[in-house]
Design a protein around this ligand. Structure first.
Ligand code: 3PG
Length: 211
């Protein structure tokens, strides 16, 4: 088991909710990282969908060294290198492609690739990926799909993401093959842009406090 997987597993045990962040300006990065830490979040995924994405990763890591910061929406070999150079500790992709697979060459332990079917999960497992993202979770079958996959593929661990609502988080986290749940609504793009740290902290805390 690689260092980063162990680190992610331990952090997810403390706080199994991963905000998927779309951050327009690097100026938001430091206060956002501090707000997430204050709320008890341990893992954050910064999408590379904005021009400032890489700068955001760098600034969040500096501002909150205790937070594990990864890069999301990693689609190409160029994204892999840029994200790692910016300080991303792990990588998340919506799926897998031959080009991305080749670019990773030997660094599968750093990536949580998206899968939506048993065949994709088996292929990623054969390739050496240890943690998978069920994506888009709500369309790929949600909790019933995770329950069904646990039978034949009991050692695979998933981070379902995509279309999950706050009310569904507990049911996902109740599955033994789920190590974390991801969502962009935990810290929304609008709240980040507006600097609404209080609402982000409140939402994250509510999610991390079992009812
Ligand atoms: C994403 O890549 O945007 C994530 O899957 C987040 O999905 P969500 O916006 O439905 O939470």
């Amino acid at each position: 088991m690689s260092d980063i997987i162990q680190k992610l597993d331990a952090a997810a045990k403390r706080a199994p909710v991963v905000p998927v962040l779309v951050v327009e300006s690097a100026a938001s990065a430091a206060p956002l990282a501090r707000a997430l830490e204050e709320a008890g979040i341990t893992i954050a995924e910064v999408t590379l969908r904005t021009a400032d994405g890489l700068k955001v990763i760098e600034a969040m890591r500096k501002a909150a060294p205790g937070l594990i910061v990864g890069a999301g929406t990693v689609l190409s070999g160029r994204d892999v290198e840029a994200a790692l150079n910016a300080g991303a500790e792990f990588l998340v992709s919506p799926g897998m492609s031959p080009g991305l697979r080749a670019a990773l060459g030997g660094r599968e332990h750093l990536m949580i690739p998206g899968v939506a079917t048993a065949s994709e999960a088996m292929t990623r497992m054969e390739e050496g990926f240890l943690r998978l993202k069920l994506f888009p979770a709500s369309i790929a079958g949600g909790v019933p799909a995770l329950k069904a996959l646990a039978g034949p593929l009991p050692h695979l661990k998933f981070m379902p993401t995509g279309g999950i609502t706050e009310g569904e988080v507990a049911a996902y986290l109740g599955q033994p093959n789920v190590f974390a749940v991801g969502g962009s609504w935990i810290a929304s793009q609008a709240d980040i842009a507006a600097g609404n740290w209080a609402r982000i902290i409140e939402t994250a805390r509510r999610l991390l406090t079992p009812a």
